[in-house]
Design a binder for this molecule. Structure first.
Ligand code: IMP
Ligand code: MG
Length: 183
């Protein structure tokens, strides 16, 4: 099997930075649900959010359940219709519950804007968003993001769950992909 070699130009977020920031995010999240009586369901968006979600929830000292959704944009990824197709839906009912969506990255914001609407319509008591990364320069629709790990420049990144053509998710840090890999 090939090693992951020579595909990234720069590490943008190191393993140590990730671990430290997740500790802080977990504290912020716990504080924001303090005194809350209704159940919390943490919903991971497959597949990119898996590593972030796993490491984040092990730092949350509170009762919660987890569930997953998989979504994809309709048509090519460059289409900006904002219509999102649900490839895998939740297994739990969420009416009356508090929802924390966990996502790998917000780029245009279309995916999360669709998802928050969709989950609100199912009668969730509250819908909050935690994203590991945010590329604010590329935003097309406003999304109210409650917890952001890192704001990053407009670079295509891989690692810590994020992929290029389904690969490189297993890098333990976040790195900017070399242009020659995707051009
Ligand atoms: P958007 O906010 O609807 O544009 O889409 C966000 C989704 O696009 C994320 O969940 C990722 O799957 C994907 N994405 C956006 N930027 C990157 C990147 O730099 N690396 C890997 N995936 C990305
Ligand atoms: Mg994704």
């Amino acid at each position: 099997m090939n090693k992951i070699d020579n595909i990234y130009k720069e590490i943008l977020v190191s393993e140590e930075e990730l671990d430290e920031r997740l500790e802080e995010l977990a504290k912020d999240i716990m504080k924001s649900y303090e005194g809350e009586k209704e159940e919390l369901v943490v919903i991971g968006i497959l597949r990119g959010a898996v590593i972030f979600m796993t490491n984040l929830i092990t730092k949350l000292d509170m009762e919660l359940t987890i569930d997953f959704m998989a979504v994809s944009s309709y048509g090519s990824s460059s289409v900006s219709s904002g219509v999102v197709r649900i490839l895998k839906d939740l297994e739990e009912e969420i009416a009356g519950k508090n929802i924390l969506i966990v996502e790998d990255i917000i780029d245009t914001g279309l995916t999360l804007s669709y998802l928050t609407d969709n989950l609100r319509k199912r009668g969730a008591k509250s819908v909050k968003i935690a994203t590991l990364l945010d590329k604010p320069d590329r935003r097309k629709v406003d999304v109210n993001v409650d917890f952001v790990g890192f704001r990053i420049p407009d670079e295509f990144v891989v690692g810590y769950g994020l992929d290029y053509n389904q690969k490189y998710r297993n890098l333990p840090f976040v790195a900017a992909l070399k242009e020659e890999v995707y051009s």
